[in-house]
Design a protein around this ligand. Structure first.
Ligand code: KET
Length: 449
């Protein structure tokens, strides 16, 4: 027994504090002047959870909650990174519909549990998609890939594995980064530090700051890298800079953990967007990779992604996989079958794969055209400031430079919903809504400092 339960003073303290909690808010019975055992309905004082305080909404997903409550017909949700068509509607890719039809028509398919590591075919194809068909690491069986619950789940499983089995518990994440990163890593048991990434003055990469910070990181520390289309800044290193980052990290033995949520969305090409990761795999070193199919296949709600760990030898990879299973089994046992089957059906069929790349390129191109339209609309209004970063930034988001007061103004006066850091999801914009956004940005810049 722990001392907490044996020591009389601590157990009586506990009883007093429980009693005090019960008494707070308990109502007096006006009839007999004693304490009523049955508080009036609506009082939560007899709940075991009455001390629970309301938590804040998520900074990104909470934007959608607020948007849904707004009755305005002109409201616009540019918060969450989710692709919309020119008509402002969510998009299910044609190729996904086709794959689903194939799955439905195949009556040999069953709903048995998948293995703890997920659908084997999906795992193989996912590794190939990122590392390339001729990757020596795959050929040498040095890669273990496990199906996880989209990008978030892959990051979490990878982080739990590192917290248990890696000698360094510190992870460096870029400043700024996706808001969920610090929470995922902290809850998995890692200690989170940041490295400089974005320079608000140039609205570009603070490469010198990044190099300095990684240089002074303790040897062996984990470093979170956005594989492409950095969220929220839309600023990526050049290939030369990636090469310098790679050399620096390898020389210090820093462990790369790539987060790939936007493969295909940066350039429109899956292979081009995989280049930074492939550079790190090509040098024979180890790394982790979290992949998501939420954005590039539009499979947001299917929660489908993968964690890969590239190891030095096949033997190590096998042992690493055995430990990943021990992380996954008590967390959610094994992953869902539907999303993995859709992805596998598309990746293994040449025609479906080609069709996917065309649809993906069309999404990327529509976002690029929105950048041009917004930039021109601001120029036409003579909005003060240099807005060229709107067309220079990459991927789903524009990091506008608007401050939280200006964002609050745009929400209040124009019903435009976005994250308070000034990030706009360009994928949520259409030709019809660009003028409304430009009006709002113009007014915000002119009227709010
Ligand atoms: N990594 C990054 C960089 C990222 O932007 C997201 C999602 C994820 C991982 C996880 O996605 P998943 O759906 O678990 O595969 N970002 C968008 C949605 C969100 O916040 O959940 C966003 O930034 O709007």
């Amino acid at each position: 027994m722990s001392p907490e339960f044996t020591s009389p003073s601590s157990s009586s303290d506990r009883r007093i504090s429980v009693l005090a909690r019960h008494l707070v808010g308990v109502e007096m019975d006006p009839q007999n002047d004693s304490i009523s055992a049955f508080p009036t309905s609506g009082s939560d004082s007899n709940s075991a959870f009455s001390h629970v305080v309301r938590g804040p909404e998520d900074p990104i997903l909470g934007v959608t909650v607020a948007y849904n409550k707004d009755p305005s017909p002109v409201k616009l949700n540019l918060g969450v990174g989710a692709y919309r068509t020119e008509e402002g509607k969510p998009l299910v890719l044609n190729v996904v519909r086709k794959a689903e039809q194939l799955l439905v028509n195949d009556t040999s398919r069953v709903k048995e549990y998948l293995p703890i590591t997920g659908l084997a075919e999906f795992n193989k194809l996912s590794a190939k998609l990122m590392f390339g068909a001729n990757s020596p690491a795959i050929q040498e069986n040095r890669v273990t890939t496990v199906q996880c619950l989209s990008g978030t789940g892959s990051l979490r499983v990878g982080a739990e594995f590192l917290a248990k089995h890696y000698h360094q518990r510190t992870i460096y994440i870029p400043q700024p980064t996706w808001g969920n990163h610090p929470k995922i890593f902290t809850l998995a048991g890692l200690s989170v530090k940041t490295y400089r990434y974005y320079d608000p003055v140039t609205r570009g990469l603070n490469f010198q700051g990044l190099v300095e910070d990684l240089n002074s990181a303790p040897s062996g520390a984990i470093v979170l890298l956005h594989a492409c289309a950095h969220n929220p800044t839309g600023v990526d290193p050049t290939f030369q800079q990636w090469e310098q980052i790679r050399k620096l990290m390898r020389s210090k033995g820093l462990m790369p953990f790539f987060d790939s949520a936007y493969q295909g969305f940066a350039s429109g090409s899956l292979d081009a967007d995989a280049q930074p990761v492939r550079m790190f795999v090509a040098d024979g070193g180890e790394l982790l990779l979290a992949q998501s199919y939420a954005k590039n296949m539009g499979l947001y709600g299917e929660r489908i992604g993968a964690l890969s760990i590239v190891c030095k030898t096949a033997d190590v990879a096998g042992r690493v996989e055995s430990q990943l299973k021990l992380v996954i089994r008590p967390m959610y046992s094994n992953p869902p079958i539907h999303g993995a089957s859709i992805v596998a059906a598309i990746l293994k069929d040449r025609d479906l794969y080609n069709e996917w790349t065309i649809e993906l390129k069309a999404m990327a191109d529509r976002i690029i055209s929105m950048r041009q339209k917004l930039f021109e609309a601001l120029r036409a209004r003579g909005t003060p400031g240099d807005w060229s970063h709107i067309v220079k930034q990459i991927g789903m988001f524009t990091f506008t430079g608007l401050n939280s007061k200006q964002v609050a103004f745009m929400t209040k006066e124009y019903h435009i919903y976005m994250t308070s850091d000034g990030r706009i999801s360009m994928a949520g914009l259409s030709s019809k809504t660009v003028p409304h956004l430009a009006d709002a940005m113009h007014a915000a810049v002119k009227r709010v400092v």
